[in-house]
Design a protein around this ligand. Structure first.
Ligand code: HEM
Length: 189
């Protein structure tokens, strides 16, 4: 683990990967919630077709995070982040815990979705361009457990992302430090 930089600015590729990932996660979450929780199979032919459309779109958007997270972890391993703003030790620990949870969930959520869809034997599209093979072989008896796992992890990710956003806003508007500015594209902290 490299020591953090004292300069408060993130490098441009870290910023780009951060905001691209944020955008894809928020859109994938919304479309996943619409297809997974708000629409139900068998209510009517129209609703079944709409659910299949929404879940296919959800998968096509969300699978891109698998590629983004690999790029992000490789970049992060070779580039030091700036030092955290001054804060009490307990807040520093909580910040590291929150960032660790975000990295864990950014890997676990797409993997659980990939496993759930492949266990049901469905194709896994990526950005509407190509499909990737199943993560597990077709095992429909496992699907309900994997759907539940994906549901649980995607809600944990949703709550963690909202907490992360609230803390960023607290830094900016209450603590008035450079934390949020340090992640802004095209700006110096
Ligand atoms: C960052 C990535 C992802 C996020 C944030 C995400 C989020 C969500 C959310 C919020 C739901 C609705 C849960 C509910 O019922 O309340 C959902 C459902 C679903 N997701 Fe994902 N997901 C991601 C990745 C994936 C991937 C990569 C796949 C498959 C390749 C996938 C497949 C599915 C399927 C099939 C459902 C519907 C489950 C059901 O109710 O039958 N997800 N996702």
């Amino acid at each position: 683990m490299q020591a953090p930089l004292t300069n408060r600015d993130y490098n441009p590729l870290s910023k780009l990967l951060h905001w691209l990932m944020a955008l894809v996660i928020i859109v994938a979450w919304g479309v996943g919630y619409y297809g997974g929780a708000m629409l139900h199979y068998g209510v009517s032919d129209g609703e079944t077709a709409q659910k299949i459309w929404a879940i296919t779109l959800h998968k096509s958007i969300a699978t891109t995070t698998l590629f983004l997270i690999v790029a992000r972890l490789l970049w992060r391993a070779s580039h030091r982040p700036p030092a955290l703003a001054d804060m009490p030790k307990i807040m520093e620990h909580l910040t590291h815990l929150g960032h660790g949870a975000l990295y864990f969930l950014m890997v676990a959520v797409p993997l659980s979705g990939w496993a759930n869809s492949s266990s049901a034997g469905y194709p896994i599209p990526v950005a509407g361009l190509f499909t990737i093979p199943g993560l597990v072989s077709k095992t429909p008896e496992l699907t309900p457990y994997l759907v539940w796992t994906h549901w649980f992890l995607s809600w944990a990710l949703g709550v963690t992302v909202v907490g992360h956003m609230l803390f960023a806003l607290k830094h900016h508007f209450i603590d008035k430090d450079s934390t949020l500015r340090s992640m802004m594209l095209g700006k110096k902290a």
